[in-house]
Design a protein around this ligand. Sequence first.
Ligand code: SF4
Length: 358
Amino acid sequence: MFEEFRNPEKAKTLLEAIHRITRHPCHIMEICGGQTHALARFRIEPLLPKEIQLIHGPGCPVCVTPVPIIDAAIQLALKKEIIFTSFGDMLRVPGSKNDLLHAKAQGADVRMIYSPLDALRIASENPEREVVFFGIGFETTAPIHALSILQAHRKKIRNFSVLTSLFTVPQAISTIAQDKECSVNGILAAGHVCAVTGISEYEELAKCLKLSISITGFEPLDLLFGIYTCISQLENQEYTVQNAYKRIVAPNGNPKARQEIEDVFEICNREWRGMGNIQNSGYQIRQKYEQYDALKRFNIKTDNKKETTPCQAGEIMKGKIAPIQCKQFGKCCTPEHPLGAPMVSSEGACAAYYRYNF
Ligand code: SF4
């Protein structure tokens, strides 16, 4: 199914074109962890001209979920009445003291699921228990989270709630691009995010921050075409958005999905792990649906105390260092014994470097 987008001859042609047009040094950030893994897996970076430096962005929802939210998840999971449901990746992400797997070992009813709709099913099968879903993600997964709340409301499932840790990407790009220690001038935007949101916010970013943005997919030819269109803009000093993923991304995104998000969530400030508080960079549940907000329902307060950890995830997600520049990489920090979320997550940059032996 993916072979069409992994064709070696077409890849060679695109690589030759990239080499032909690249004249100046540039730093291109791929936003999504899925792109980071694909670039590492298919060994694309070593094939690029030496002028191009790829840096890894903050687009891994597991990595950016902050410690106070992990601690809140553990607090909820340890309540006897609660069945706590979560994507598998979140179970091993360290909070301030331990992780959800540790809570499970202490007797918490923590269940791994693949979709919030699974959590909804568990809630309807267990009316005597409370079911909490750990809702992490970006604009890509926000519609399915919204749908689970709308369905719970419609079906009158009253024992279901969501601990939300939902982020929006453009504000993070803006923060990174304005950080004087970051040197990003090109962006490979995440195609699946833009498939929901459309591209207008990115057009604003490109213009205001003088960024050359290409909306890109996840297969080798998608990534190479994204890099080609990004370099082509940079070399011509054009600060616009090129849609290099037209088979998936429509200019105005997915209006139905956007409407579901709009119905259930409102924009809020969000704490990003390692990056601090970014204004208007997240979704929170609207007052109309607050009965489905796990923090309110169980009166859990999140505590924004400063993290003390040798993990340099924040520096990695802002593109300031590469995973192998972290002193812990491959020594104290491995996938078996992770010190930070980027080594746990299947989309984390540290896990990509470790797995593909960079
Ligand atoms: S290698 Fe480990 S400690 Fe270092 S930044 Fe990555 S996750 Fe954190």
